[in-house]
Design a protein. Structure first.
Length: 257
């Protein structure tokens, strides 16, 4: 697995990015395997909430594939079909007869994808990497993350450092997004600067967890290299029902080199 990741990153580093100025919309959403705040697993409702985001690319965390608790449904496939989007899945671990992990759904072509194993936290973790092709032909790397959740950040920061070492070898523009389980001032976020720029949220509406009483800003979108991207502002979408997190959305513009 490690050798495959290194080889893939070498290809990414050598990929030539043609002139471009592409605009597209990305989102991140921890969907809690489709279980709403009413305790009901309703994946169709989740799909409708994702559709309302109007995003071209969506990073999803806490996604089940053929797991008993969510009705043994292949959630990435079903959501992809409902949204008419392609999908990629990365498994954290086996769970209840299936797999538990994360997904990316995209209207843009997914040219390749890979789950990168990270150091274990309280559960196994991966980062899901997907190389996407923009309408101009330019390629970008989308990296979906869901770092360890406990208050002590030791395990979480080990995951951050491991992923950072891999992304340091990538020369494509990178969108790093997901459930970081940490606040903007934490070393979990500060580690990525200055290479990455954190897409800012309005001060008056920046909390993403919980969906019913939002008091924590733990879902983020980061962009690298900072000079490759136009200004981007993240919107936090009010939805107190579909999941325990609120989704975040940003319109991005990849600048011509």
């Amino acid at each position: 697995m490690a050798a495959a990741i290194v080889a893939w990153c070498a290809v990414l580093a050598a990929t030539r990015v043609p002139p471009q100025d592409d605009a597209f919309t990305v989102a991140s959403y921890n969907i809690r395997h489709g279980r709403g705040m009413d305790g009901v697993v309703d994946l169709h409702r989740t799909g409708e909430a994702i559709a309302r985001l109007g995003a071209d690319v969506v990073a999803l965390q806490e996604v089940d594939r053929n797991v008993e608790r969510s009705g043994r449904v292949d959630e990435p496939r079903v959501l992809g079909e409902q949204l008419s989007m392609s999908h990629a899945f990365g498994a954290f671990m086996p769970y209840q007869g299936g797999e538990y992990g994360m997904a990316i759904v995209s209207r843009l072509p997914i040219r390749r994808s890979q789950a990168l194993r990270l150091p274990d936290g309280n559960e196994p973790r991966v980062a899901l990497l997907a190389e996407l092709e923009l309408p101009s032909g330019a390629r970008v790397l989308v990296v979906n993350v869901h770092f360890d959740w406990v208050g002590n950040d030791t395990l979480r920061y080990a995951q951050v450092k491991a992923l950072g070492a891999v992304l340091d070898t990538v020369r494509l523009p990178v969108i790093l997004l997901g459930d970081f389980n940490d606040q903007p001032a934490s070393r979990t976020l500060q580690h990525w600067q200055p290479r990455f720029r954190v897409a800012a949220k309005p001060e008056s509406d920046r909390f993403t967890f919980s969906s019913t009483e939002p008091k924590q800003e733990i879902d983020h979108i980061l962009l690298a290299p900072a000079r490759a991207w136009g200004e981007a502002t993240v919107r936090v979408i009010t939805d107190p029902i579909t999941s325990d997190h609120r989704p975040i959305v940003a319109q991005l513009r990849l600048l011509k080199p």
